[in-house]
Every structure is written in C-alpha cells, then in structure tokens.
Design a protein around this ligand. Sequence first.
Ligand SMILES: Cc1ncc(COP(=O)(O)O)c(C=O)c1O
Length: 397
Amino acid sequence: MISLRAKNLKPSPTLALAAKAKELIAQGHDVISLSVGEPDWDTLECAKQAGRKAIDDGFSKYTPSNGIPELRKAIAAQTNADLKTDYTPDEVTVTAGGKFVIFAALQCAIDPGDEVIIPAPYWVSYPVMVELAGGTPVTAVCDETVNFKLTPEILQKHITPKTKMLILNSPSNPTGLMYSKEELAALAQVLRDHPRILILSDDIYNRLVFGGELAPHILQVAPELKPRVLVMNGASKTYAMTGWRVGWALGPQVWIKAMTNYQSQSVSQAASMSQKATLAAIEHGAPELKKAMTELSARKDRAVSLLSQVSGIQVANPDGAFYIWPDIRKLLGKSYKGKKLATSSDFSVALLEAQNVAVVPGVEFGLDGFVRLSFALKEPRMVEAMERIKKFVADLD
Ligand SMILES: Cc1ncc(COP(=O)(O)O)c(C=O)c1O
C-alpha cells in the first residue's frame, strides 16, 4: 500500500528510544531518560503570556506563509545584531519548527544525485532528510582525533563535483562541542575555492552556550559567503518552546522564496499564537534565558564531574547545548549478564534493562563507541542517573 519513499523511511531513533523508555515508565519502572533533546525548564513566561494573549485576542487564524511581518522583522534584527549581517525581513521565512526549516531547505536546494556533506557525529535527521530530497548524504567522519569537528582537510577530502551543500551545526547535537572562529575561518578558506557549495548553518543551539552568550558563526568570519549560506534557527531550544513549533531561516531571496512556496503547499505556516509567543521571547526573553543558562551550566559541571568519576568512561566538557558525548570504547567488549557489549547500542539497551536509564547510542549519530546523554533534567534525577550508570559499569564483567 505504501510508497517506496515511506518504506525506506526510518523512524527517528531518538524518538523511538524515548518511546521505549515511556513504555517502561507506563509499566511502573522508575526510568530516568537522558535521551530527550529538549530543555527541562518551562517555556519562558513572556512567551506564554504572549501566546495566551494571542488566543484571547482572537489571533488564531491563518497568517502569511512566511510568518507575520513583525516576527520576521524581529528575527532579522536579532540575527543582524548577532552576525553583523544586513538581512531584510523579506530574506526571512518562518515555519512550523526548525526541523521543517531544514526539510524544506533541502527539498528546495537538492536535486537527485546532489551530494550533501554531513560531518559525523551528526543530528540523526540530516541524512534521512537529504535522502528524502533525493540527494546523497556524504558522511565526513570527525572522530576524537579532531575533537569531533570538521577540519579543512576532512572537508576537502569529501568534496566532489557533485557536492551541493555542507551542513554545519554548532554547538553540536550530539557532542555539545562548538566551532571556534578560527576553526570556522579555516573551513571558509576551503569553501571559498568551491563557489557552488551551499552552506546550511544549523544554529538551533547558538544561544545555549556556557560561559558566553552566543556561538561563533561562519558569517562572522567569512561574510562574503552570505549569498550561499542559509542561517537556520528556531524557538524550540532557546526559549524552551519545543511544542510550539516555530523555526526560521534567513538566506538568499531565491532560496527563501522557494521554501515559503514549499511550505505554503504543505504545512502552510507556523501556528499564529506560537508566532506571537516567539516574538515576545525574542524581544523580552533574554533575562529569563540567562537565568536558565546559569542553572544549566552548573548542572553541566556536576554531570561532567560525576561521569568522569566512572572508570572506563571518558568525558569531554561540552561548550553548549545540553548534551554530553562520553567515550565508552573501553567498556565495549565487556559483558552484562553473560551478554557481550559489542556496540554502543548493546551498551544502551543493557543500561536501560539493568538500571532503567535511557541514553542514545552513538551509532545513531554516525559514530560508534560513544553515547549521547542529555543533562536537561532536574538535578537530583540527573545525579541519580549518573549513580546508576556508575553501578551499571561496576557490574560489567
Ligand atoms: C541539531 C538540531 N537541529 C534542528 C532541530 C530541530 O528542532 P525543532 O524542530 O524543534 O525546531 C533539532 C532538534 O532536536 C536539533 O537537535
């Protein structure tokens, strides 16, 4: 009955794992999920108020497909202040969540046969979305020797005459690591020699940065790339608005216009009240965000410290987002209840069974031997989860 496209479609592994954890919870198990990619704190108060007001004011009908003008204006102003760019509101499109921004961006830029370079470890949805656009995902593995970040040499090695796009994500899901200005400048140097390559900059975690306010950006160090860069962001992570579904992009008019047309024939628009809530968050959310980040930063320090006490696990200190990317390779080859843990998937399944702690295996992000933990959960639960991981590791043979 279903199409080939649907048959080939893999469900999001992170959501699948979260679903399994929820199932165990429903059965009465005390599961701690470190697998979900969303803030544990509530949507910013200023956004909630604006959303409620929009509903009360009857602002609940269709809006323009590319978003309400005042929101596009605020997004352009915020981005221009961040990146020292000169985007106009016409170079902005708003849609139903960051995920659909990326989906539409790929649908509108990729033809069958085009290659898209994706540095691994990567966000799980990129390769699938490239395939859905008819393109070929080209995985550029960036292991611990390069601190999980794309280098000019690795980039160069993966460029072919078919390369159409590079996806960058900083701070990264899953590692929480962030590119420095120098690292971005070195990548820009390579990209300058390949004018046909588009760059999709996924900035969804750019304000969730520890010890700073904003992640460095390729447009800050190479403004001349602007005609081929798509800046993508959204309200989900920054303003704890994952369920409100608002994302946006800024970029070349022709690409932005195509994306708006694409969404006008599919999801239509982001929910009208969600757009109003996002506008309030952008304009008034900074103090609440700062407070949330101070708490998140302290929790990150605690999580890293607890995890680094577990023998056999190595932890890099994340720069942003709410993920840790521990190296579990020393534990692979050990056994749990007589079953050998050969991969990060075996490790994750056994950890969930043994200690009711859900993590995401690194293999889902294109690099085995690691797992992704989210520390966006209340501190006592996070501490308890780390203790359970310690116990699990101690029990391995
Ligand atoms: C790297 C990255 N990009 C984009 C998104 C999309 O987020 P949303 O669709 O909630 O805006 C996510 C969400 O998990 C993400 O981790």
